[in-house]
Design a protein around this ligand. Sequence first.
Ligand code: 13P
Ligand code: SF4
Length: 301
Amino acid sequence: MQLIEKIKKLKKEKNAVILAHNYQIPDVQDIADYVGDSLGLSIHASKTDAAVIVFCGVYFMAETAKILSPQKTVLIPDPNAGCPMADMITADQLRALKAQHPGAKVLCYVNTTAEVKAECDLGCTSSNALQLVRDAFREDEEIIFVPDKYLANYVSTQVGRTFIAWKGFCPTHARILPEAIEEQERLHPEAEVMVHPECMPGVIAVADKVLSTGGMCAYARESASKEFIVGTEVGILHRLRLENPGKKFYPASELAVCPNMKRTTLEKVLWSLEGMTHEITVPEDVISRARRSIERMLNYT
Ligand code: 13P
Ligand code: SF4
């Protein structure tokens, strides 16, 4: 039996659903029941009727699914698929920062570990950060924003307030340089430039649109433009091209590859279902503390 047929059969037998992030390899995106951005994946994980979630993404995303659906079995096909940005702040470091700013509220990007989420008041993703900062905090409140300094900087410039920001960043998005975008613009003068808010300020400055990966997929569908320069991890190009056969998509940089997102393969998805590995476990007290901030995050869609 072919790999894909085996996966489909096991998925049915185990009452499993396969969720995949927009940066996954094409084969994995193609067998998933849902492909999306962090917010869309969190919503799906919280609503699914399946007993088992096979999460094709990075560790913090699977952990978030477990926090939202603790009664379900959440599997990650490769447990070494981490997110270097999420690992740039520990719960101890955040506790120390909070101690320096006792009155501040803590906002965490979803790209954080469960222990860090448990220390926060509210979570956000790249698709709801702007609305959430505008609506969820009083004007006079101090806000600690972790861990992405570039996302914090982008939100800060858009909403006109400052944050106590951690100095984390995404090494993959840091590979996208303004010069590379300008070069692509020279080659494709009609193209619109869409970039992710994890990009550096110089890249944001030359973009037409700043969007989450899900926002890019929606915008590409709606826009009258026929060509786009895409400033995020290159895995998203598969979905953009599949959904928009009449349009052209150019990566801002071929170097924007997240090695952790590429760890998941069809074979690993099959082994995951066969052996019910690798199961995500989060201590109960961490789940209950982290859940408040993540459930609140889902109110801003
Ligand atoms: P999105 O939520 O926009 O998909 O971003 C997730 C991520 O890890 C970007 O690097
Ligand atoms: Fe983390 Fe960056 Fe990879 Fe997203 S692209 S999972 S932020 S390392």
